[in-house]
Design a protein around this ligand. Structure first.
Ligand code: GLC
Length: 418
């Protein structure tokens, strides 16, 4: 089977009748940002199925605009925490937090792959939902209009156990009322997963939000974990740009003006996360007000939003990291004492992050380096399969196998992909 055919087959195998699971068993529901990448992957060969991925995710959207991190379309007992821990009575059940908002970017790309009346009609139905979700980000997570949105749980960043969250997470108590019955460590070697104490804090936060009745203002006030994640903010800025392009065709002039105003606030605010001393974009701890002094792969993502001012410096950093670890882009600076090459977001390479970084480099004029990052990603997938993540030193595939978003990236990296 060719690489392309194998990647398509992974997407077909993980299809649960219109939506995809990230991988069988380990992640048996629909995840927010996974599905955005999956939609872009499907768009390269089956745009109708790509729209369906987005539409199914939006079945879980809340009235206030929140697009949840997980939509529990069908019961499964191979994942913790399931719907009963979240305690949210909706149909379909969902979790009550979110994930990096790649969706508008994905929808725009799916539209480009499906010109004609069907694509137009499906986009016309999806556009108001995307508009509402971006309004949710502004209202729920940046009520003061600073231009930076807050994330309230490491799971919202999509980079669950990044060392960037260690200090902020230390403030979160470890007691829980819920019995923690992890399932992930029976599918995957525990040494490659977050630690038990991380899970206690993850679940403590879920309980804080449950006690706040999932009300955005109360959650923001009550959360002991509050960060301006550079990854989420960069992805949101990029998504706002894509939403603006869509608003010109599917929205009203007033909506376009509203989005443009948010972009005008977000772009300079994102630049404030640039740390001249450390030569990197850093997340900020919104409880202490301090920059978080750990360089991670998320710090390259402002390029994905077209912030080109520091492109040359970021390109130098990428070249240096490649001397320390053969395959780009390690999720944590390989020179940092907390770098762990096998443990989840503390070192391994993740294909979706690579794809966004490569797109960003290209957009910001670093074309040769963009191609080098794409080539590393292709090499990792060719050798390690459609793994969840990869060891940046050896290229070994780790975590779950046959991952949807890794297959999607393989398709996106094919020369001439939509
Ligand atoms: C893990 C990852 C997250 C991803 C999810 C499903 O929680 O950290 O980014 O969305 O798995 O693949």
């Amino acid at each position: 089977m060719s690489g392309i055919e194998a990647a398509r087959q992974v997407l077909r195998d993980n299809d649960r009748g219109g939506y995809s699971v990230p991988t069988d068993r380990l992640y048996p529901f629909q995840w927010n940002w996974d599905s955005a990448f999956v939609a872009m992957g499907f768009a390269t060969f089956d745009p109708g199925r790509a729209w369906s991925e987005i539409e199914w995710l939006l079945r879980g959207q809340w009235e206030d605009g929140l697009v949840p991190q997980i939509v529990f379309h069908a019961p499964a007992d191979t994942y913790f925490p399931g719907p009963e821990v979240w305690g949210i009575r909706r149909e379909p059940p969902t979790s009550g937090i979110t994930q990096p908002p790649v969706l508008a970017t994905a929808a725009r790309r799916v539209l480009a792959a499906s010109p004609g009346p069907e694509g137009e009609a499906r986009m016309a139905a999806v556009y108001p939902r995307l508009r509402d979700s971006h309004r949710w980000w502004a209202a729920a997570r940046d009520p003061g209009g600073t231009g930076l949105v807050a994330t309230l749980h490491p799971w919202e960043t999509g980079m669950d156990n990044s060392p960037a969250w260690d200090a902020a997470l230390d403030r979160v108590p470890t007691d829980t009322r819920t019995e923690i019955r992890r399932r992930d460590t029976s599918h995957v070697d525990p040494a490659f997963r977050p630690r038990a104490i991380d899970y206690q804090r993850f679940i403590h936060l879920v309980e804080v939000f449950r006690d706040a009745g999932w009300d955005p203002a109360r959650m923001l006030a009550a959360s002991p974990f509050r960060v301006a994640d550079v990854g989420t903010n960069a992805i949101l800025l990029r998504a706002e740009q894509d939403l603006l392009a869509l608003a010109d065709r599917f929205g009203s002039p007033a909506e376009a003006a509203e989005i443009a105003a948010r972009i005008d606030r977000a772009a300079p605010a994102l630049e404030k996360l640039w740390d001249a001393a450390r030569g990197h974009y850093l997340s900020r701890d919104l409880v202490s007000g301090e920059a978080i002094p750990v360089r991670t792969s998320a710090g390259f993502l402002p390029l994905f939003a077209g912030q080109a001012g520091h492109a040359a410096a970021l390109a130098d950093t990428l070249r240096r990291w490649a001397e320390a670890a053969r395959f780009r882009v390690p999720s944590t600076d390989p020179g940092h004492p907390l770098f762990e090459p096998l443990r989840y977001w503390r070192g391994p390479v993740w294909a979706v992050v690579n794809w966004m970084i490569a797109e960003g480099l290209r957009r910001c004029g670093e074309v040769a380096l963009a191609e080098a990052v794409a080539a590393d990603t292709r090499a990792l997938i060719a050798a390690g399969g459609f793994s969840e993540y990869f060891d940046p030193r050896t290229g070994q595939g780790i975590g779950g196998a046959t991952f949807s978003w890794t297959a999607a990236v393989a398709l996106l990296l094919e020369p001439g992909a939509a």
